[in-house]
Design a protein around this ligand. Structure first.
Ligand code: ADP
Length: 191
């Protein structure tokens, strides 16, 4: 089963992706986590991407697409995956479509976790106190949300046109949101 989560920062993509991954035995593929791991590892890739993350800017498409291409080729992704944080631009979505076509697979469900900006802001500021992520400053938060609306939100229309988009109200408890996700996944019946 191939699942994709869209939604603004703070909507709970990472949390829900982790739960879906555990429940359905799929790898959770988060480009944000991969990039933070690369930074922590201290290698060349990490050095290249750190300035983008710190500023709340998007890492260049070519670099991200290559990262995903390698990740999805891992044996653990052969039965499916939960994508979180990719694609984030139309160019990335086109690259993903092409990649999936090549290996004869498609996305079974695309979830859009919907959350108002004010709530997203509040959640991210609260998370900043908890986790101390270097890009949870008010400036970087605003930039990331602006990039979401300008560059990522158009993907909602792209996937709606393909017919596999499911909208979810994310301004509810983790359990309530997950229950709705599960109901949609079970309806797809590809478990
Ligand atoms: P958030 O959704 O809260 O911004 P992520 O962990 O998804 O957090 O991403 C953190 C940062 O990593 C982004 O601000 C961006 O710099 C970079 N990043 C992650 N995924 C992508 C992507 N698909 N394309 C470009 N940059 C990305």
């Amino acid at each position: 089963m191939n699942v994709l989560l869209l939604g603004p920062q703070g909507a709970g993509k990472g949390t829900q992706a982790t739960r879906i991954a555990a429940e359905y035995g799929l790898p959770h593929v988060s480009t944000g986590d991969m990039l933070r791991a690369a930074i922590a590892a201290g290698g060349e890739l990490g050095r290249r991407v750190k300035p983008y993350l710190d500023a709340g800017e998007l890492v260049p498409d070519e670099l991200i697409v290559e990262l995903i291409r390698e990740r999805l080729a891992h044996p653990d992704a052969s039965n499916g995956f939960v994508l979180d944080g990719f694609p984030r631009t139309m160019a990335q979505a086109d690259a993903l479509d092409a990649m999936l076509r090549e290996i004869g697979r498609e996305l079974d469900v695309v979830f859009e976790l919907q959350l108002a900006d004010e709530v997203a802001h509040e959640r991210l500021l609260a998370r900043a106190l908890d986790e101390g992520r270097s890009d949870d400053t008010p400036e970087a938060i605003s930039r990331r949300l602006a990039h979401y609306h300008a560059k990522t939100e158009p993907l909602v229309g792209h996937y709606r046109a393909k017919g596999n988009l499911v909208g979810i109200h994310a301004d509810r408890s983790i359990n309530e949101v997950f229950a709705e996700i599960q109901a949609a996944l079970d309806q797809v019946g590809v478990r």
